[in-house]
Ligand binder design. Structure first.
Ligand SMILES: C[S@@+](CC[C@H](N)C(=O)[O-])C[C@H]1O[C@@H](n2cnc3c(N)ncnc32)[C@H](O)[C@@H]1O
Length: 204
């Protein structure tokens, strides 16, 4: 397909996702990225305990909540405020602050999590090296936290940006997870460096 036609098609699809999110009850088009990954990978099941990092405005939390409830547990964290969602425990704070992830651990009440998902992206400065370094620092933090709270066999889904450190990070994950898969759902813009890493089967 010619580049211009492809760009046009992608723009249409983007609009479609925005429209679909508006028409449905979802708060953001980001939900379609998670749903497309889940449709292929079957991540969510009733009764799971899930932690959603960088959750606002809340479309991932909405989707996960639908998949895991009535018996599931969902803890959502964001530095921004988030409108309340039924059956979602929300913690407002910056995950780089120890107290915030400690609050998450406390809410888990000595049970381990089935999944940690992170759609976090740092505030962009426009300086690519700085933005990439910040993004990788967030990813490392999510990885460390996941190693602490995941149950054996648990999964982790993290948003990354292609660039310095992302390949090494994937290799690092392979040491602690049985399978590491790169996901670029259709709802994620093809021109964006954004992609997701799904690490499955945590080995304690
Ligand atoms: C792309 S949005 C997430 C969208 C969300 N998945 C949804 O479906 O509605 C990324 C979020 O990460 C949050 N974030 C970025 N850095 C953070 C940090 N250090 N601590 C907590 N949240 C953070 C931002 O505030 C933002 O709301």
């Amino acid at each position: 397909m010619a580049k211009r036609s492809k760009q046009w098609l992608q723009a249409q699809q983007r609009d479609q996702y925005v429209k679909q999110a508006r028409q449905s009850h979802y708060r953001s088009r980001a939900v379609f990225k998670l749903r497309q990954i889940d449709q292929k990978e079957k991540l969510f099941h009733p009764g799971q305990a899930v932690i959603d990092l960088g959750a606002a405005p809340g479309s991932w939390s909405q989707y996960v909540s639908e998949c895991i409830n009535p018996q599931g547990r969902l803890i959502a964290v964001d530095i921004l405020a988030m409108q309340a969602l039924d059956k979602v425990l929300f913690i407002q704070g910056d995950v780089t602050e120890t107290r915030v992830l400690d609050a998450c651990r406390q809410e888990l009440q000595n049970t381990a999590a089935d999944l940690v998902i992170s759609d976090m992206a740092p505030n962009l400065t426009g300086i690519r090296v700085t933005d990439q370094a910040r993004s990788m620092r967030l990813a490392e933090l999510v990885y460390d936290f996941s190693c602490d709270v995941l149950k054996p066999g648990g999964d982790m889904l993290i948003k990354l940006f292609q660039g310095e450190g992302s390949d090494e990070f994937k290799k690092e994950l392979m040491q602690r997870f049985q399978k590491v898969i790169v996901k670029k759902p259709n709802a994620s813009r093809a021109g964006s460096r954004e992609f997701y890493v799904l690490a499955r089967g945590y080995e304690v």
